[in-house]
Design a protein around this ligand. Structure first.
Ligand code: AMP
Length: 326
């Protein structure tokens, strides 16, 4: 089945002269890596085609992977193929012009509860969309050209979306496909320096997070990233959102949440977990995502409290009925 869809996608790519590639809003390493990687793969494989990576927002933290392309005139979409990678739902696509294209292809690894696209290739169990792009390359190795320019962003996306190859979604196939990229040649020392190093000021913020985070009875760790805090520590939207990463390694705290005040009456919620699933909880609060990495939005601190209570109850029930969690 997937082989047929992949063949169909390759046939479409061959049939079009103009291709627009896009991803989800507020892009992470996988969204940036898969789109940059796929654009580079297609450019090297089909140099005669006009391929544009078009997105309305970017990421300062991942700027080392290079810029997107200039937004083309609307006329560029006439007779163009649009490929959206790593975006589960149409409303989260970071390009409002996609319907101007002739056909739309979805390539994704999120839970597919709101399908879209004329052709859709979704593999929910994949650790990243980048992994799917490398799989696509391997399926058509004799027709596609993998370059270092493509391999670096794809590897960066695989590394970040799999928690450095730690998450349960990582399979033997994930590592075999990552190996294909390493064989092409990647400066991993520089890559991991970009991904891991933080300015000294960030460590002061981390200290504040650990001093001020809150914990529920059953083991939910959470933090409100208020506008005051964002101002005090000079956090932009992205660094404020990255707060979630500080809460991920506390023993017995199986669910961790960060509430980031957007300043417009809405609060972004980032939900993460190990052993237990938080995707359904996110869905109940205008969100979705993966089983153990999901996002949601609440519109008051009271609603945030209700979400925390639900998470705590879920976790209490989980701990009573399961063994072996840490
Ligand atoms: P985040 O914490 O924003 O990185 O989200 C974690 C995962 O959930 C990502 O794969 C997002 O694409 C997905 N996600 C975040 N917010 C939503 C939403 N409102 N609806 C559907 N999926 C979401």
């Amino acid at each position: 089945m997937n082989e047929t869809v992949k063949q169909l996608i390759l046939d479409k790519i061959k049939a079009y002269d103009k291709i627009v590639i896009s991803r989800h809003i507020r892009p992470d390493g996988d969204a940036i890596g898969s789109t940059h990687g796929f654009a580079a793969l297609l450019r090297a494989s089909f140099p005669e085609k006009d391929i544009r990576l078009v997105s309305e927002d970017s990421s300062t933290y991942l700027a080392f992977l290079g810029p997107d392309d200039e937004t083309p005139d609307d006329s560029f979409y006439d007779g163009a193929l649009v490929i959206v990678i790593d975006c589960g739902t149409k409303d989260r696509i970071s390009n409002k012009k996609i319907d101007l294209g002739r056909e739309l292809i979805k390539i994704d690894h999120h839970i597919d509860d709101k399908p879209y696209g004329d052709i859709s290739w979704v593999e929910e169990e994949r650790s990243s969309a980048c992994e799917m792009i490398v799989d696509f390359y391997v399926s058509f190795r004799s027709e596609l050209v993998m370059t270092k320019e493509a391999a670096l962003p794809l590897y960066a996306g695989m590394v970040t979306d799999s928690g450095r190859f730690r998450f349960p979604s990582v399979t033997g196939e994930t590592l075999r496909l990552a190996g294909v990229l390493l064989d092409v040649g990647i400066d991993t020392e520089t890559l991991f320096a970009h991904l891991n190093l933080e300015d000294y000021e960030q460590f002061k913020y981390a200290a504040y997070v650990y001093e001020n985070m809150e914990r529920t009875e059953n083991g939910v760790a959470y933090l409100f990233v208020t506008l005051d805090m964002q101002k005090r520590f000079g956090l932009d939207r992205e660094t404020a959102s990255n707060t979630i990463g500080y809460l991920d390694s506390i023993k017995n705290y199986l669910i961790w949440l960060a509430f980031i005040d957007n300043g417009d009456g809405s609060i972004r919620v980032r939900l993460r977990s190990r052993f237990i699933t938080v995707q359904e909880l996110a869905t109940r609060y205008h969100g979705g995502g993966h089983d153990k990495a999901a996002g949601a939005t609440v519109y008051s601190w009271e609603e945030a409290d209700a979400l925390i209570r639900e998470a705590d109850e879920m976790l209490g029930e989980y701990k009573r009925t399961h063994e072996g969690w840490l």
